[in-house]
Design a protein around this ligand. Structure first.
Ligand SMILES: Nc1ncnc2c1ncn2[C@@H]1O[C@H](COP(=O)(O)OP(=O)(O)OP(=O)(O)O)[C@@H](O)[C@H]1O
Ligand SMILES: [Mg+2]
Length: 251
């Protein structure tokens, strides 16, 4: 079994007074898996991602990427933060090239790849558009394309569809399912939408707390077959799974 990511007993606090946000978090993600993280607002989901991405260091515990104790994690995973953070003065293409420029990688091959991918992302012909000219869903897809253009195996996606209307979200889920199976990436995905977590994931980690005392995690395996289709949400077993997830989340 190849583990792309393992966390062992990770704890994190921002100040002594407020106490830990995360404590004793252990989890793992295997190559090619799609794993979701759900939990109440403030339970520390985004903090968890910042730790994995190397933007924060844990107070205790261990974070390993591909088995290696990762000191310099920064830039080793592709991270899509909760806000799309597109730079308004850069075009779609220039926004997508940003992580490569920061990493001082060559941008020419990526430029070709990004341009070729725009169509798959529903952004054909928009490489020279500015973020202001795009809809919310398009901006999300640009942020997504930028994350993938970073070229890392592990994608951390923090509520990528959180701000979308139900119809657009459904299209994006469909599209993500197809893309994930085509790209063969490993995905860790934060969402508030339990249906979405079930539909997309192999496993779901539930954050236990609201921050006080520090959240830990519990795991639920999603027993739905692959490939997944959006219509599965209407099938008989799905409502039961949802109920089970909700029950465990509030237990
Ligand atoms: N930079 C920071 N300094 C101090 N406290 C912080 C900081 N970032 C987050 N926190 C606190 O840590 C806790 C967890 O925040 P986090 O953003 O990880 O929650 P979340 O689960 O992602 O919530 P949401 O679902 O609303 O996005 C909150 O109580 C928050 O106030
Ligand atoms: Mg968050």
């Amino acid at each position: 079994m190849t583990y792309v990511l393992t966390l062992q007993g990770v704890g994190c606090s921002f100040s002594k007074e407020s106490g830990p946000v995360l404590s004793g978090v252990s989890l793992d993600v295997r190559a090619g898996e799609f794993v979701s993280v759900v939990g109440a607002s403030g339970s520390g989901k985004s903090t968890l991602f910042k730790l994995i991405a190397g933007l924060l260091e844990p107070d205790c515990g261990e974070i390993r990427l591909r088995g290696a104790k990762a000191g310099g994690r920064l830039g080793k995973v592709s991270y899509m933060p909760q806000k799309d953070l597109l730079l308004p003065w850069r075009t779609v293409l220039a926004n997508c090239l940003l992580p490569l420029e920061i990493a001082r990688s060559r941008t020419e091959p990526a430029k070709r790849e990004i341009t070729a991918r725009l169509k798959d992302f529903g952004l054909a012909g928009l490489e020279h558009a500015y973020p202001d000219e795009l809809s919310g869903g398009m901006r999300q897809r640009v942020a997504f394309l930028r994350t993938i253009a970073g070229g890392q195996e592990l994608l951390l996606l923090d509520e990528p569809f959180g701000a979308l209307d139900a119809m657009t979200k459904r299209d994006m889920q469909r599209w993500l399912l197809g893309l994930w199976s085509e790209l063969g990436k490993t995905v860790l995905f934060i969402t508030h939408d339990l249906e979405e977590a079930l539909l997309l994931s192999d496993r779901i980690y539930m954050m236990s707390g609201t921050g006080q005392g520090g959240s830990g995690v519990r795991e639920m395996i999603v027993p739905l077959p692959r490939p997944r289709r959006y219509e599965m949400v209407y099938e008989a077993g799905f409502a039961g799974l949802r109920q089970e997830l909700e029950r465990r989340l509030h237990a």
